[in-house]
Design a protein around this ligand. Structure first.
Ligand SMILES: [Zn+2]
Length: 135
């Protein structure tokens, strides 16, 4: 694996809870913290309301970044869910990945998913899984 990403366990629970609370559309949101440790989650609205894609509206994104700054937090990652496929980045996810240094967390809502939350680094169309370190 490429690298590890430390995350508060509570945040992993909250990512899963968000995904499960929106079983018919992909959920999405941002992750933040400090010193590389993810300690905060910001739920966002999937502007596409789609079961196969997600997008955060620019206005909401702007507001989320402002709230993050006001709280003294650093943007450290993002997450979204896959409803009926494995939690590996889709070709669209890879195409649209704009943060080469951030982990992309993906939740699988498949009942038999061996690892319901996984994190990936997506850089120059290369995907490397990151080890999630719950703390
Ligand atoms: Zn995806």
């Amino acid at each position: 694996m490429a690298d590890s990403v430390p995350v508060r366990s509570k945040i992993l629970d909250e990512i899963l809870a968000h995904a499960r609370s929106e079983p018919h559309i992909e959920c999405c949101g941002l992750l933040a913290g400090s010193d590389g440790m993810i300690t905060a989650i910001f739920r966002a609205t999937n502007a596409l309301r789609s079961p196969k894609a997600y997008e955060i509206a620019p206005r909401e994104l702007f507001e989320l970044f402002r709230t993050m700054r006001d709280k003294g937090l650093t943007h450290l990652g993002q997450y979204h869910s896959h409803l009926s496929s494995d939690n590996f980045p889709s070709s669209t996810d890879i195409e649209q990945a704009g943060y080469p240094d951030h982990p992309y967390f993906i939740v699988s809502l498949l009942a038999d998913s061996p690892k319901p939350v996984r994190a990936f680094r997506i850089r120059d169309s290369n995907v490397e899984e990151m080890e999630i370190i719950p703390t």
